[in-house]
Design a protein around this ligand. Structure first.
Ligand code: ZN
Length: 164
């Protein structure tokens, strides 16, 4: 898909985040690590999370990976939005984002930047792209990891393929 077509379909901010992401890289230290894959588009992502000392709040989220503008912009916006959120609030945001992709919700004022992804809900084939990083962060938050961020019981890859 050309950049021109994307510009027609999606808002400018998505392209800007894709071209100049602010949260690419890895956190230091890594408290949680989660890879995700969206086979329908070929997007891959690897999230790393740094938690606060108590382990109940997200200090920082970073991502690496390759994919379409939607998947990468969604990850960058998510990383920004989750910074400083408690794990409980972050999981509620995952829920809200997925509802937004069904056209059933949007974010309140404090997190309104995430609402730029709302337009994606009109393009069902792209919803998995937008949801990929949110699936991955939920898996990361729900897993019980050791200090290295490796959870031996968790699947390495979170795939969105199973979702309809
Ligand atoms: Zn994609």
């Amino acid at each position: 898909m050309s950049v021109g077509n994307l510009r027609d379909l999606y808002q400018q901010v998505i392209l800007e985040r894709y071209k100049a992401p602010r949260y690419r890289g890895q956190t230091n230290p890594v408290h949680r690590r989660q890879r995700g894959h969206n086979p329908s588009c070929g997007d891959t992502i690897e999230l790393t999370l740094k938690l606060n000392e108590a382990g109940d709040t997200i200090a920082e989220v970073k991502f690496e990976g390759e994919g379409c503008a939607i998947s990468m912009a969604s990850a960058d916006l998510m990383a920004e939005a989750l910074q400083g959120q408690t794990i409980t609030d972050a999981l509620a945001m995952v829920e809200r984002f997925q509802r937004m992709m069904k056209g059933e919700a949007e974010f309140p004022k404090e997190q309104r930047k995430l609402n730029v992804m709302q337009g994606v809900a009109q393009f069902p084939v792209r919803i998995k792209c937008a949801n990929l990083c949110w699936h991955a962060v939920r898996a990361a938050l729900e897993s019980s990891t050791n200090q290295e961020g490796i959870d031996p019981t968790a699947p390495d890859i979170v795939s969105t393929e199973a979702e309809s």
